[in-house]
Design a protein around this ligand. Structure first.
Ligand code: ZN
Length: 494
């Protein structure tokens, strides 16, 4: 066979293969469509809304701050808030049993009136503590952080987003249901921790221990975390509800180097500062491998079905485009955090004299683990990447990610329906989501079949900066949505 004839034959096969591939890709893309939704929106419940706004405004005035050092805290502010809630929600405090755990956390039990079924109890959560306000930012706040100002559009103050308003919205919805004579068909618990912002060890963790000792096991737990948003995911315009089905693990590791010290006029090739700096550079240049965990893959698949054809082509054919997609997701820090275990150097300490070689150098790195990555695996990656026996690596604290909750359970489907029913947005896309931050709900994993995270409000990218930041606010209509959300969710239990 001449070379020319051979080349033509080869080209023919290449074209045929390319044609076939195109047919497969296009066919798969055309089959890849969102499920049609036919949810009827609900009319928001009618309550005395100005009074409800007054009640939430009052709660925001208590300085229930979780300081990093608990000694600096103000327990009286929490006790005052407890009293305020008791005065503001008299029916809740008459009909539900309140137990204070760790003195400052609140656990309410709403007992079932009919016990002729074997429904497991459920748990709704929130937290009454807030993060501190950096004094240097005070002048940047439109309204003072603890004034509880309600303006024409927004509710202003620390805790409006995270998470005091959600706690008050839950209480508001129970109070409304009680005034309508609602009787639950199963035991419903409400847990409001007082130290979520510093890990929840004296609040939520103790509540979980208390309930475990009583043999309580929940069908599901619902905590803060997820929300409705729009314009947050690059290239995706539709409104989307992110329901947290898992949260990443959290590990803090200390790196330390010890060297001889001595006078800086006769230095060694590298000082302890140089050695530890190099270790950090090596860590930053050897990230953990990117991968799609099931929750993220499911989210991307649902999002992908709602995208224009060319983008849908990628999501419909992950078998081919996965490496390309992972590369794209690595480009933004927000999406990068959802596809890999991350490493951040957060503390660095060494040296105190300009002409002396430092003996000790220390650095702290904080890792957020993807589901499936263990602390031991992370430690092995760190040690291997640093590849320097002079650097001592030790775990200070932490643990792996939570299990991934079932995104096809009866409750997940109920939850999705209620989210859609109370949301004015048309074509709302509801997706399971891996949370990169932590919540108190991680303490309830052992005593819940499933743990979900969703707070019932829409948060736009602008108000998102208020989370732990300056100018925290919640639009008034979103507070109404939250009450409506909890009310309708609770109402399913009758
Ligand atoms: Zn929170």
């Amino acid at each position: 066979m001449s070379l020319i004839r051979w080349m033509f034959k080869f080209l023919k096969w290449i074209l045929l293969a390319a044609g076939l591939l195109t047919v497969v890709l296009v066919y798969r893309t055309l089959q890849f469509n969102p499920e049609p939704s036919s949810i009827d929106k609900l009319t928001p419940i009618s309550i005395d809304y100005p009074s409800a706004l007054e009640r939430v405004s009052g709660a925001l005035k208590f300085k229930t701050v979780s300081e990093q050092n608990p000694e600096d805290g103000n327990p009286q502010a929490f006790l005052d808030l407890h009293q305020y809630l008791a005065d503001s929600f008299p029916k809740v405090h008459k009909h539900l049993k309140l137990t204070k755990i760790g003195e400052l956390s609140l656990l309410y039990k709403w007992s079932a009136t009919k016990s002729d079924n074997d429904l497991k109890p459920i748990l709704l959560m929130g937290h009454i503590d807030v993060v501190p306000v950096d004094p240097s930012t005070l002048s940047d706040w439109t309204h003072p952080p603890f004034a509880g100002v309600v303006g024409p559009e927004n509710i202003w103050g620390r805790g409006a987003l995270d998470d005091k308003a959600a706690v008050v919205a839950i209480l508001e919805s129970i109070e409304t249901l009680l005034s309508e004579g609602f009787e639950p068909n199963r035991d419903i618990y409400f847990a409001f921790g007082h130290d979520e912002e510093i890990g929840g060890n004296n609040g939520a963790k103790e509540i979980a221990k208390y309930l475990a000792n009583k043999g309580v096991h929940f069908e599901y737990t619902l905590d803060e975390g997820g929300f409705v948003t729009q314009g947050l995911l690059p290239g995706f315009e539709k409104p989307i509800a992110l329901v947290g089905v898992a949260e990443k693990g959290y590990v803090t590791i200390e790196l330390s180097v010890q060297s001889e010290g001595g006078h800086s006029s006769v230095p060694p090739k590298s000082t302890s500062i140089g050695i530890i700096s190099q270790a950090i550079v090596r860590l930053e240049t050897s990230p953990f491998e990117a991968r799609l965990v099931p929750a993220t893959e499911e989210m991307l698949t649902t999002v992908g079905k709602n995208m224009p054809f060319t983008k849908r082509l990628v999501f419909a054919n992950l078998w081919l485009f996965r490496p390309f997609l992972l590369n794209q997701l690595s480009q933004s820090k927000l999406t990068n955090a959802t596809i890999r275990t991350t490493i951040a150097a957060t503390v660095f300490n060494a040296g105190d004299k300009e002409n002396a070689l430092p003996i000790n150098a220390k650095a702290i790195i904080n890792l957020r683990l993807l589901p499936g990555d263990s602390v031991d695996m992370a430690l092995a990656h760190i040690t291997r990447s640093i590849n320097d026996p002079r650097v001592k690596v030790s775990v200070i604290r932490g643990g792996g990610a939570t299990p991934i909750a079932d995104s096809d359970s009866v409750f997940f489907n109920q939850l999705s329906k209620v989210i859609d029913q109370v949301s004015p947005e048309k074509q709302l896309v509801i997706v399971p989501n891996l949370m990169v931050g932590g919540t108190d709900s991680k303490h309830f994993i052992e005593i819940s079949d499933n743990v979900y995270r969703f707070g019932g409000v829409k948060i736009n990218p602008k108000s998102l900066s208020g989370f732990h930041g300056t100018n925290e606010f919640l639009p008034k209509k979103e507070y109404h949505r939250a009450i409506n959300f909890y009310y309708n969710l609770l109402k399913l239990n009758q």
